[in-house]
Design a protein around this ligand. Structure first.
Ligand SMILES: [Zn+2]
Length: 372
């Protein structure tokens, strides 16, 4: 549930539907709390207007912060899949881990520095607006924007992975110990502890009757905890698969099926016989497609005899294939994106093997366990 609204610096920008809720919540909290106490005596409609402008300033600032991360990533050759804005802020989805600590450090630091830069610019504008006796509708969002960007930069510098500060911490340990996994483990632990502290703080707020801040703390803490854990898993996976190509882990002697075989025969001779969820379909030793349990489930049982495998399979055009020289980590990404369990491996148009999610997970397990 999200919409893509175009590209910035060549990176697709996605607005998640919870962003609307975020803008409304911020507008509302500012209108009923912060603004009346900072600027007393204004009309209620004015508070709402300022609140809405300030909320937009906040999320625009978050976007510029993310663009700074993405800019450094792209400039250094790391592909950025997209930037997502949602209720808790923004995420730059960078598809690869940085190859060295210095790059991670630069990439992480770019965000908070940008936020501090925005704060300075907004503060200067506010100063100018005050000197020109501009309306409070202009001055107040500028002041709030400057203040919130300092908070944003500061919060992100907390050394709790996957916050920017946590990435800076990880880069430091990584450089010092020359071990990305160890660095990630330590930074993740700090991140998880910080996340639990935030959740705990949130409950304290709730008990103290401060509901909105309490809920924010709990939700952001929970979000950070999940982020820390999944970033850790991702690092382990890409580290374990460094340099592993499909050729090394694919299954070579593949049980193939002839396209003219009936579905009934395939079920009896292949699916019940071998414990695979899918088989490549060939005709005159040319790969035509892949037939999986899902494909067969779509055909009613009484039609199994008369239906040929060639008619129910997923044809090659729709099929994702791998090449033997492709990296295992890329194949794994392909499978998770497409939500499929196996990829036929093709070389010069010929089927040379098959690689499954299970093969790759097995490799990860072996390589992480043997590494100790
Ligand atoms: Zn950041």
């Amino acid at each position: 549930m999200s919409i893509r609204i175009g590209r910035l610096l060549g990176v697709p920008l996605i607005l998640h539907y919870t962003l609307i809720l975020g803008v409304l919540l911020i507008t509302w909290t500012l209108t009923v709390g912060y603004l009346p106490s900072e600027y007393p005596g204004l009309a209620s409609a004015t508070y709402w207007l300022i609140g809405a402008i300030a909320a937009i300033v906040l999320f625009t600032s978050v976007l510029i912060h993310e663009l700074a991360h993405s800019y450094i990533a792209k400039k250094s050759g790391l592909p950025v899949r997209r930037i997502v804005l949602f209720i808790f802020g923004g995420v730059s989805e960078i598809e690869e881990e940085p190859k060295e600590a210095n790059l991670e450090f630069k990439m992480a630091l770019a965000g908070p520095l940008t936020s501090f830069g925005i704060a300075l610019v907004l503060w200067l504008f506010q100063y100018g607006a005050l000197a020109l006796r501009a309306s409070v509708v202009i001055v107040a969002p500028l002041e709030y924007g400057a203040y919130i960007n300092v908070l944003l930069g500061g919060f992100n510098l907390v050394p709790a992975f996957p916050l920017d500060g946590g990435r800076i911490l990880r880069a430091g340990i990584w450089r010092w110990k020359k071990d990305l996994i160890k660095a990630t483990r330590i930074a993740t632990r700090v991140g998880v502890v910080f996340a639990y502290l935030m959740i705990f703080g949130g409950f304290m707020f709730l008990i103290g009757g401060v509901f909105i801040s309490g809920l924010w703390f709990i939700l952001i803490g929970w979000f950070l905890k999940n982020g820390a854990e999944s970033s850790y898993r991702q690092t382990i996976i890409s580290e374990a698969l460094t340099g592993v190509s499909i050729r090394e882990i694919m299954t070579r002697d593949v049980h193939t099926v002839d396209a003219d075989t009936s579905v009934k025969d395939v079920v009896e001779t292949h699916f019940t016989q071998y414990k695979h969820g899918g088989f490549p379909v060939e005709k005159d030793s040319r790969l035509l497609g892949l037939v999986t349990l899902e494909d067969i489930r779509k055909i009613p049982r009484e039609k199994w005899q008369e239906t040929k495998v060639g008619d129910v399979m997923t044809p090659c055009e729709k099929l994702k294939c791998a090449s033997p020289d492709e990296l295992a980590v890329d194949a794994l990404m392909k499978m998770s994106k497409q939500e499929i369990g196996r990829l036929p491996v093709q070389e010069d148009g010929k089927l040379v093997g098959i690689v499954t999610r299970g093969d790759i997970l097995h490799t990860i397990r072996v390589r992480t366990e043997l590494k100790g």
